[in-house]
Design a protein around this ligand. Structure first.
Ligand code: FES
Length: 56
């Protein structure tokens, strides 16, 4: 599902970014552009990032 509509970032994309080596929300944000426009997706995107990092 899409987490970030502004930038077209899905939960899958966030998890794939962590699998590819991102180790923080900042890195995921830089890599995907997630939450860099309206910012409404930030809390959900951060939670998915935390979960993905934890399960690495
Ligand atoms: Fe992610 Fe707007 S929905 S920045």
């Amino acid at each position: 599902m899409y987490v970030c509509l502004c930038k077209g970032v899905s939960d899958h994309k966030i998890r794939a970014t962590v699998e590819d080596g991102a180790r923080s929300w900042r890195e995921v944000q830089c890599e995907t552009g997630c939450a860099t426009q309206c910012g409404k997706c930030a809390s959900v995107a951060k939670a998915i990032t935390r979960d993905a990092i934890r399960s690495e």
